[in-house]
Design a protein around this ligand. Sequence first.
Ligand SMILES: Nc1ncnc2c1ncn2[C@@H]1O[C@H](COP(=O)(O)OP(=O)(O)OP(=O)(O)O)[C@@H](O)[C@H]1O
Ligand SMILES: [Mg+2]
Length: 256
Amino acid sequence: MTRLIVFSSGKGGVGKTTITTNLGAALHKFGKDVVVVDGNVSTPNVSVILGMPRLPITLHDVLAGKAKINQSIYLHPSGLKVIPAGLSVKHLSMKRRKKMAHVLNDLIGETEFALIDCAAGLGNEAKQAIEAGDELILVTNPEIHALTDALKTYEFAKRLGIKPLGVILNRVSNKNWEMTKENVEEFLELPVVGIIPEDECVKKSIAMKKPLIYAFPNSPASRAIKKIAARMIGEDYRTLEPETITQKILRIFGIY
Ligand SMILES: Nc1ncnc2c1ncn2[C@@H]1O[C@H](COP(=O)(O)OP(=O)(O)OP(=O)(O)O)[C@@H](O)[C@H]1O
Ligand SMILES: [Mg+2]
């Protein structure tokens, strides 16, 4: 069975692309067949942060009816499968004749997980990506405006009958002005399925064009993402990836 999971938010820049890409890489590392889809068709980032910027056939070609979805799947060196969106400005004006939900439906049976990175907000493009998912993970930062925007997205997804898996709280610093896990659960009436700390290794990994979970496997955000991946497949993270004494020493001394 293929799980089509869309990663959405209200506010932009909360970490959807970082999380979708790295959760995909983590699920693949744990033995799952995964494709990450860049469903943010006007400002796509997935292929850029994975260091695969020049791919000839993209989701835009599939949406335009010029290629089949299978022709737009590429293999990252880690083994993760990726469907990129076109990066050039000409792709913005490309006529999209097909619905994203329609073309991504063809992934059913081809992979275990299709993780769809979505545009922020509730514009037409974001709505199309949300409609393409069977399940939804909301990504937010622990700030009131990010949460109020996330609520609107959730309400939209609920009306479509998309199953909400929960909320990922990203860039958490545990400052006393931040919304807590309990605040978020009460406000959105959804469980928090993962808390990812503010971690400078995220930006370093993006500059290195490598998934965080490979560039800094022991960094706090990396471990948090792998915990979420383990939870998504009903496994215990520490069983999947037992920590060696050296790793423990490096982690405790902040050497990632
Ligand atoms: N846990 C984190 N710690 C530190 N920086 C982070 C973390 N998560 C994301 N970032 C940074 O936040 C910025 C936005 O991340 P990202 O592009 O993943 O967000 P997005 O929600 O996909 O944005 P958009 O809505 O524009 O598509 C990036 O610079 C990224 O490096
Ligand atoms: Mg993004």
